[in-house]
Design a protein. Structure first.
Length: 125
């Protein structure tokens, strides 16, 4: 990147790379890329890796990603929801409930989503 475009690669570029590798099913390379960085930087890479593990049903790596995600981002509700969804997809109801309980214990709540649909120039929720 630096040679061809004069851009210094930033953490966002590497996080995107982990996401792309994961979506392509190359969990081995995504994990290797993540682990190549110092732990302080890895924190941002575990969420896309966890999503890829869920998509490709790799429970073992998904659980590793979930544990790492908890280490690095205790205040992000989205990461807890990702983890709970991973456990739910595996039928691990106890672990999913424990993850939700951790959210409650830490005073975290998922913001409800909403959509807006425009019908004949009138926006309705």
């Amino acid at each position: 990147m630096q040679k061809d475009f004069g851009l210094e690669p930033r953490i966002e570029h590497y996080t995107c790379l982990v996401d792309l590798l994961g979506r392509a099913g190359r969990l081995d390379l995504a994990l290797e890329t993540t682990l190549d960085f110092p732990e302080k930087i890895q924190g941002r890479m575990w969420a896309p890796f966890l999503s890829a593990c869920k998509k490709h049903r790799n429970d073992e790596l998904g659980e590793l990603a979930a544990r790492k995600l908890l280490e690095f981002s205790t205040g992000s509700t989205g990461n807890y929801v990702l983890m709970a969804n991973l456990y739910t997809s595996q039928g691990k109801w106890k672990e999913a409930a424990e993850t939700r309980r951790l959210m409650d214990d830490r005073g975290l709540a998922k913001e409800p989503g909403w959509s807006q649909v425009e019908i004949c120039d009138s926006g309705d929720r």
